[in-house]
Design a protein around this ligand. Structure first.
Ligand code: NOJ
Length: 716
């Protein structure tokens, strides 16, 4: 009897419990039902609160009250400032326990190439041509960031960028569509995993949608003139790849696209992103991009800017507060349908549920420091940094012999800790291994290693000159009209050579540089980008031959700033080969895909499974690569396509696939690629992909000047 009564009482409690608990709080309920249930309980002001992402400021005395009132959907923690994990959880407690509906806040931060452990800048990551390693770096970044209470990162940046004057070229994967797509998707997978609500994962916000990298003259924020064909062929595919990889959020860009700013662009945000691609996460504006619609000149006041942005498909507003302050009235006055507000709120709530914020709002690790800079993180950072570096010239001085009598290490970057680039997350320069430390730790016991800080007269067997551009010469709005090495560094290199040294130049850069004045004086030239925490160890690994350099350029290095923009996948003109200037040709100093190592590779002829096929039929291309040198090394096999006659002009060459393989001396590997209808397709007049009959040149190899080609004929 007693047991029966207890059971009845327990059931009663349970029943009353469930009856009281709203559906949206039930973690077992379907996501769409949770969203609808919550939305039905919200008043307009709370809805607009969810669409607001103010800037977090530690001295903000109004924040607690605003969160309590439900006016803060998300917070952006600015570059260079910090939000302590305990403070993050305190704010979250206010949202969850004191606001009327208990909707958690989403905490966003720029985790661009690492949080505390810094990996190479994204352009360097792409130079590794190793997406698995890129994914691993993002997984580590997510685990560090999430341990410190971050839920969303404003990464990856997949803006195809073809003008190195633009400072933000450092933040993406360079000039190529496929590299941006592959690396973007790898980073999304690394941040989010299969399920972004899991411990150690964070959401990814892909940016900057879209065309931002085409800024006129490389001047940041400048307008872009992009046809729908250019958007669809070049600028959109990397975003599509990230959306397909599950990215929960997309950031709308600052730039104007042929007359309609990206943050009020219904074609890109609504028709393409939502309707064609089925994206159901939320779109976040870039920093004040909604208010800037006034400066763009398409909105007379803030209220109009807010209506235009929201209507086009910008769901959440970063740092400005026009949604919160103007949209209530716009809805009341019927200038904005309430259904559009609901559409945006749904998108934001969906992501909050997807990230598990309702079910696990307090996610900072109890001892976050234990999660940072782990040995695994450092190992991955070292490998990725080494694989990101690109050897552009080597007359045989590298790898350095352990028997060298003397090495002089010099140049500003020899002891510099400015090795992280523009976005540094919560990186601390004191964690970084300098080049000087890296070289000292690996030099042979008999080698005299000296740092030459002042005197330039010292002669040694080898001078390692560490030069570059600092983290404030690239990144947001750090555009350069001159892309040569700054601060008299060219002269230092020349002098060292003239003094009789063998000169190894190591460059720490955030963009392709014009190195024409350096190449003649460099016996070896290594592009190190800004390599992150393990910089010095990675440089030393390569200089002393612990690893063979395996990076390949993800972007062309020009001979002169006058050639810009310059990229390998030009459309064919009516006069091929005529792309020249009076004073020089139109070829780069070092082309896309180029990079040397310490061994040699030989390639077989390219074989196609069929040389004649029907459109839509699958074809395989395979090539055998052999390590004919004396050292184990990695090689990237690159596969290119040229469509010889199509309904629209096509690039002279475009990368359609690649594979990085590691081979021991004497070892061969046959690498097989599927040549898919998607790769062969051209967009028709209505921008639908179609595979047309005709001839296609397929080429493969390890270096752009030595590709092996075959013709594939498609016949109806
Ligand atoms: C502006 C930048 O354009 C964007 O990339 C960044 O994520 C936001 N600021 C937030 O810091």
């Amino acid at each position: 009897m007693k047991t029966f009564l207890l059971t009845v009482a327990a059931c009663g409690l349970l029943l009353t419990g469930t009856a009281k608990e709203p559906l949206y709080r039930d973690p077992t309920a379907p996501l769409a039902e949770r969203v609808d249930d919550l939305l039905s309980r919200m008043i307009l002001r709370e809805k607009l609160g969810q669409l607001s992402q103010p800037l977090y400021r530690s001295d903000d005395t109004t924040l607690d009250a605003r969160i309590t009132r439900g006016e803060v959907g998300s917070l952006v923690v600015a570059h260079g400032s910090a939000l302590a994990p305990a403070e993050r959880d305190r704010l979250q407690r206010i949202a969850v326990e004191r606001s009327r509906l208990g909707i958690p806040v989403l905490f966003g931060f720029d985790v661009i190439h690492g949080y505390r452990t810094l990996f190479p800048i994204p352009l360097g990551i792409a130079a590794s041509w190793n997406p698995e390693l890129a994914e691993a770096s993002a997984r580590i970044a997510a685990s560090e960031a999430s341990a410190c209470g971050i839920d969303l990162t404003f990464s990856p940046m997949v803006d195809v960028a073809r003008d190195p004057r633009w400072g933000r070229i450092s933040e993406g994967s360079g000039e190529d569509v496929l590299l941006n797509a592959v690396f973007g998707a790898a980073l999304v997978r690394g941040y989010q995993g299969d399920d972004p609500s899991k411990q150690g994962r964070i959401g990814a916000c892909v940016k900057h949608f879209v065309g931002y990298g085409a800024a006129l003259g490389g001047r940041d924020y400048q307008f872009t003139e992009l046809s729908e064909r250019a958007l669809r062929e070049t600028y959109l595919p990397p975003f599509k790849a990230c959306v397909d990889a599950g990215a929960v959020s997309v950031m709308s860009a600052f730039n104007d696209i042929s007359g309609t700013p990206a943050s009020a662009n219904a074609l890109t945000l609504d028709r393409i992103l939502r309707k064609e691609w089925g994206f159901d996460g939320f779109v976040l504006s870039d920093w004040k991009a909604v208010t800037e619609l006034q400066e763009h000149g398409i909105a007379a006041d803030g209220a109009e800017a807010a209506v235009k942005a929201l209507t086009a498909g910008v769901d959440m507003e970063m740092t400005s507060d026009l949604y919160l302050t103007t949209l209530e009235q716009s809805v009341r006055e019927k200038r904005l349908p309430a259904a559009l507000v609901d559409r945006a709120v749904r998108a934001v709530l969906r992501v909050k549920f997807r990230l598990g914020l309702f079910d696990r709002p307090f996610r900072s690790h109890p001892e976050p420091d234990r999660m940072l800079l782990t040995p695994e993180a450092r190992r991955t950072a070292r490998q990725l940094a080494a694989e990101s570096m690109v050897l552009l010239k080597n007359d045989g001085v590298l790898p350095l012999s352990p028997d060298l009598r003397s090495i002089t290490v010099t140049g500003e970057w020899a002891v510099s800790r400015d090795l992280y680039g523009w976005w540094v997350g919560m990186g601390d320069g004191r964690d970084a291994v300098t080049v000087w430390d890296g070289i000292r730790s690996q030099a042979g016991r008999r080698t005299d290693v000296r740092l030459m800080s002042q005197s330039r007269s010292r002669r040694s067997d080898v001078a390692v000159v560490c030069v570059g551009e600092n983290g404030y010469l690239f990144g947001e709005n750090n555009n350069r009209s001159d892309i040569r090495l700054p601060y008299g560094q060219e002269q230092l290199i020349r002098e060292l050579k003239e003094q009789g040294n063998k000169v190894v130049v190591v460059v720490f850069n955030g963009r392709p540089l014009d190195l024409s004045a350096v190449v003649p004086y460099a016996d070896a030239l290594l592009i190190a980008w800004h390599p992150g925490t393990e910089a010095g160890n990675a440089v030393a690994d390569l200089l002393f031959g612990k690893r063979s350099p395996s990076g390949r350029l993800p972007v062309s290095f020009p001979k002169s700033v006058g050639q810009l923009p310059l990229f390998y996948s030009d459309r064919t003109s009516g006069r091929p080969g005529n792309d020249r200037y009076v004073s020089m040709d139109g070829q780069p100093l070092f082309p896309f895909g180029y990079g040397l190592g310490y061994t040699t590779f030989e390639y077989s002829e390219l074989r196609l499974s069929k040389s004649v096929a029907a459109p839509g039929e699958q074809v395989a291309a395979e090539i055998t690569v052999t390590n004919t040198g004396g050292m184990k090394a990695k090689e990237t096999v690159q596969l290119y396509l040229h469509d010889k006659a199509a309904s629209f002009t096509r690039p002279a060459r475009m990368l359609i696939d690649f594979r990085k393989v590691e081979l021991a001396p004497g070892e061969s590997r046959t690498v097989s690629f599927d040549v898919t209808p998607r790769q062969l397709a051209v967009l028709d007049a209505a921008f639908r992909p179609v595979v047309e009959a005709g001839e296609f040149e397929i080429s493969a190899g390890g270096t752009p000047s030595e590709l092996h080609s075959r013709i594939l004929t498609l016949k109806r």
